[in-house]
Design a protein around this ligand. Structure first.
Ligand SMILES: [Zn+2]
Length: 441
């Protein structure tokens, strides 16, 4: 923006929308729709329509900024009330077993946008006074159940607000995560390479597969905010703060249940028909940061993909600020998961997965990845003293369970954990590769 320094007035706004944004949206739409639309030209126009719907809405968003409007990340929880949120395409399964993106993005401005513009730009005339008219708009916002929560509250991984998320959908993030996980499963079961032309290298399929495999990543970030979450808004001095309360225990338990699904082998194992298509780059092609990195050289590493995806959830669940809040909330209400209880739930999930398939590399890696995430959390300097102490005690218990195993691999993991607990040393090889970038921008 070019801003008049005397008044703050925005005189000129300039926005650049790079082609990468549309590319990313088209990859998502291709991966989602290809299994469900046979006709190629119909498929191409459905993909294009979704990308255009997004860029149309994004244009409105940027114009909103030039008018001085801030992000409102709580808007998607109020029936997609603003173009100033970051929207994730809304994917709907249809009754005939298909999939639709026709409602992926809203059209036009949202209710919140109209309220903000009315507040900032109305010329109220004389009567009633503009103060009264402005107060009326704020009252309307309450009646319409509109919340405003912006970047500082919504962006951090340790965020506490249960409704302020980026790239999410729905008023109930946990229900939406559950729904999105089942959409993802259905798409993976039917995943197809038909979007590629016959003169395209098959290795290009990976850039379509990645956003589908990680379809749940942003909704996971939304759902995790119910764990150790706290309801609040930006209070004025004479507002009631009765709603300034932790997220209810039943909701936190429901969130934990869905989050645990995102670290399970059944969710993260790449289906064998897709694995067969994830081939090394063809001559003249090269892997890019859109793809997963792994530990198997040029051969795409589906085990490392599972570890990276699981670690995304684990690092959110085991965020130090979240753990410290859980410890304090659990002290007041023991139905809220405690940090140790959360670790037990994580451990039980990956350990029983491993017990069901002891020789499977995915299960072995997920077990090591979860223990690594717990160790990383315990080492984090942001962890409160009392939280750290209970988590170390829980790690010691997990160490004993691992040590009793008849598997040499798990016995060695127990030895490494013992070394961490006694000497503070931990192998860095357990750290998974970071996820490729992938915001549906
Ligand atoms: Zn923006």
């Amino acid at each position: 923006s070019v801003i008049d320094p005397r008044t703050g007035e925005i005189i000129k706004g300039h926005v650049t929308l790079g082609s990468l944004r549309v590319r990313q949206d088209m990859k998502i739409a291709e991966g989602l729709l290809t299994p469900f639309i046979e006709d190629r030209s119909e498929l191409k126009s459905a993909v294009k329509n979704m990308a255009l719907a997004r860029i149309r809405q994004l244009s409105a968003h940027e114009i909103g900024h030039t008018l001085g409007i801030a992000h409102n990340f709580a808007a998607s929880a109020s029936d997609r009330a603003s173009v100033m949120d970051y929207p994730h395409p809304l994917v709907n399964l249809t009754t005939d077993g298909g999939l639709s993106l026709s409602n992926a993005y809203t059209e036009g401005l949202g209710v919140w946008d109209k309220q903000v513009l009315a507040y900032g730009y109305s010329d109220f005339g004389g009567m009633p006074s503009s103060d009264e008219q402005l107060a009326r708009i704020l009252d309307e916002n309450k009646t319409l159940n509109l919340s405003f929560i912006s970047d500082r509250d919504a962006r951090p991984a340790g965020g506490a607000h249960p409704q302020a998320h980026l790239w999410d959908n729905g008023s109930e993030p946990v229900t939406e995560l559950e729904r999105l996980l089942s959409v993802r499963q259905q798409v993976l079961d039917n995943f197809s390479k038909d979007m590629l032309n016959s003169d395209q290298p098959l290795s290009q399929l990976q850039s379509i597969f990645v956003p589908i495999y990680l379809l749940h990543r942003y909704q996971t970030e939304a759902a995790v905010k119910w764990l150790g979450g706290v309801n609040y808004h930006y209070y004025m001095a004479d507002d009631s703060t009765d709603d300034y309360q932790p997220v209810g225990a039943a909701r936190q338990q429901a969130a934990l249940k869905q989050l645990l699904k995102t670290i399970q082998a059944d969710t993260l194992r790449v289906p064998s028909h897709i694995k067969q298509w994830l081939v090394p780059s063809a001559y003249g092609e090269s892997s890019s940061r859109e793809n997963f990195s792994g530990k198997t050289g040029l051969i795409p590493d589906t085990v490392s993909m599972a570890a990276s995806a699981a670690d995304h959830s684990l690092s959110l669940m085991l965020n130090s600020q979240r753990l410290n809040r859980l410890a304090q909330q659990h002290a007041d209400n023991d139905r809220v998961p405690s940090p140790a209880g959360l670790m037990t739930a994580i451990f039980n999930t990956v350990f029983s997965d491993w017990e069901n398939a002891k020789k499977a590399p995915v299960q072995q890696r997920l077990l090591a990845t979860a223990i690594n995430a717990e160790v990383r959390a315990v080492k984090n300097s942001g962890l409160a003293a009392e939280t750290r102490l209970v988590m170390r005690a829980e790690l010691a218990e997990q160490q004993q369970k691992l040590a009793k195993s008849d598997s040499l691999l798990v016995k060695q993991l127990a030895k490494d954990l013992d070394k961490f607990l006694n000497e503070g040393q931990w192998p860095e090889q357990y750290e998974p590769e970071p996820l490729p970038p992938g915001s549906p921008i």
